[in-house]
Design a protein around this ligand. Structure first.
Ligand code: AOF
Ligand code: ZN
Length: 366
C-alpha cells in the first residue's frame, strides 16, 4: 500500500464522518473511487442508513469506474437487504481493486463481502487506517458486538471539577465556543441522554442549535418514577422532536399515559439498587437501533455509567474558574476504595477552544 492509498482512505474516513449521528442503526461508512490519479466518486452512508456509501460513489463515478480502485472504510456488505449487496455492485461495475479499512462484524456480512470480491477476481486489501475506522465506527461496532450503543460522556467543569456553585448557579462555566462545540458533538450522536435530576434542574431543550444543522438527535431522559414536569421544554416539544423516557416498572400508570399522550416514547427498564439499571437502559436503546449516545449528566447518571464500565469516551471541557468545595461536584459518589478500581481512560486529544480546554479520553480496556 502506498502513501496515496492512505490519503484516499483518509478522505473516505472524513466523508464517512458526515453520516455520524444520522445513519443509525447502520454504520456511517465512507467510500472514494479513484481512476488513475483522479477521484471519480465520493459517497457516504445516507441519512437513515441507506443508500450505502458505495452506491452513492458508484453512481457518481458512472462509466469511469471500470478498472478503478474503491476505498471503503468498512467491508462492503454481502447481504440482500432493501438494496442488493455493495460487494456485488462493485463487481458488476468493473472495479479492479478494493481497499478496505475494517471488516464488518455484522453476522450478515462478517467476511462475506471480502470473499465475494475475492471470488470475482477483484484485488482486495484490508486493514488500511483500521484504527481510525474503528474509532469512527465505534458506535456501530459496539451495538453489533455488545448490543448497546457507545456512550460518550461530556463534562463541562471549573478548574476544580465543579459544575455549579452551591446555590446551583451553572450558567455559564465554559465559554460560548465550548458550548458551540457541545452542539456540534450532539449532532454527531444518535441521541443525547440525561438523568431526571438534570432535566428538573436545567429544563434543557437538548437540541442542536446555531450550526445550520437540520438533523436533531433523539432526546433520552432517565426517570425511574417519571417525576418530571409536564410543562418542561422537553415535554412541550415532544410532538415535534423525539423524546424517549426510560422509566422503572413501578412508575405510576397515569404518568406513563400522560407522557405518551404528549408524544414521548416510553421505554420500561429494569432497576438495580434503587435506580434504573444503566446496562439495561443501554440494551433497550441498542434494541431500538441507537449506536451513539451522548450523555450530558447529571452526576448520578454519569457516576453509574462509569461504575458499570459503560462509558466509552470522555469529553471534558475545563474552564479557568475556581468554585471550591461547596460547589457541586461533576460526579456523584462512586464508592471506590482503591485507585486500581477506578475506571481509566487514555488521552486521545487536547485542544484549546475559546478560553477553555477540550480533552478527550478513550476507555482503557483491561
Ligand atoms: C456497506 N456500506 O455504507 C453501510 C453498510 O439494512 P441494510 O440492508 O441497509 O444493511 C445494513 C448493514 O449493512 C449494516 O448492519 C452493516 O453491516 C452494513 N452497512 N455496508 O457496504 C455502507 N452503511
Ligand atoms: Zn452495502
Amino acid at each position: 500500500m502506498t502513501q496515496s492509498d492512505t490519503r484516499y482512505m483518509r478522505l473516505a474516513l472524513s466523508l464517512g464522518r458526515r453520516g455520524l449521528g444520522r445513519s443509525a442503526p447502520n454504520p456511517a461508512v465512507g467510500c472514494v473511487i479513484v481512476q488513475g490519479a483522479r477521484i471519480v466518486g465520493r459517497g457516504w452512508t445516507q441519512p437513515g442508513g441507506r443508500p450505502h456509501a458505495e452506491t452513492i460513489a458508484l453512481a457518481q463515478a458512472g462509466a469511469a469506474v471500470r478498472g478503478a480502485t474503491a476505498y471503503v472504510t468498512l467491508e462492503p456488505c454481502a447481504h440482500h437487504g432493501q438494496t442488493p449487496p455493495c460487494a456485488a455492485a462493485l463487481i458488476e461495475a468493473g472495479i479492479a481493486r478494493v481497499v478496505v479499512a475494517l471488516g464488518d462484524p455484522d453476522p450478515r456480512v462478517d467476511g462475506g463481502g471480502l470473499a465475494m470480491l475475492h471470488a470475482a477476481g477483484v484485488k482486495v486489501e484490508t486493514g488500511l487506517c483500521a484504527d481510525e475506522a474503528r474509532a469512527d465506527l465505534a458506535g456501530f461496532l459496539c451495538r453489533v458486538t455488545l448490543g448497546r450503543p457507545m456512550v460518550t460522556l461530556k463534562l463541562a467543569s471549573s478548574f476544580d471539577g465543579r459544575i455549579a456553585t452551591a446555590s446551583g448557579d451553572s450558567q455559564w462555566i465554559t465559554g460560548a465556543e465550548a458550548r458551540r462545540h457541545v452542539h456540534a458533538m450532539r449532532a454527531t450522536h444518535d441521541a443525547v441522554m440525561i438523568g431526571a435530576g438534570t432535566a428538573r434542574a436545567d429544563d434543557p431543550l437538548l437540541t442542536v442549535r446555531g450550526l445550520g444543522v437540520d438533523h436533531q438527535p433523539i432526546r433520552v431522559v432517565l426517570s425511574r418514577h417519571l417525576d418530571l414536569p409536564l410543562d418542561s421544554q422537553l415535554a412541550r416539544t415532544a410532538r415535534d422532536l423525539p423524546v424517549w423516557i426510560c422509566h422503572g416498572r413501578r412508575a405510576a400508570p397515569e404518568l406513563v399515559s400522560a407522557w405518551s399522550g404528549i408524544g414521548a416514547e416510553m421505554v420500561e427498564v429494569d432497576e438495580t439498587q434503587g435506580a434504573l439499571d444503566p446496562g439495561a437502559v443501554l440494551q433497550a436503546l441498542g434494541a431500538r437501533g441507537l449506536t451513539r449516545v451522548y450523555c450530558e449528566g447529571g452526576g448520578s447518571l454519569a457516576a453509574s455509567l462509569l461504575s458499570a464500565g459503560l462509558v466509552d469516551e470522555l469529553v471534558g471541557y475545563t474552564a479557568g474558574v475556581a468554585i471550591g468545595a461547596e460547589g457541586r461536584p461533576s460526579l456523584a459518589a462512586m464508592g471506590l476504595g482503591r485507585l486500581t478500581e477506578a475506571p481509566r481512560f487514555d488521552l486521545t486529544e487536547t485542544r484549546v477552544i475559546g478560553s477553555d480546554i477540550l480533552h478527550r479520553w478513550r476507555q482503557r480496556h483491561r
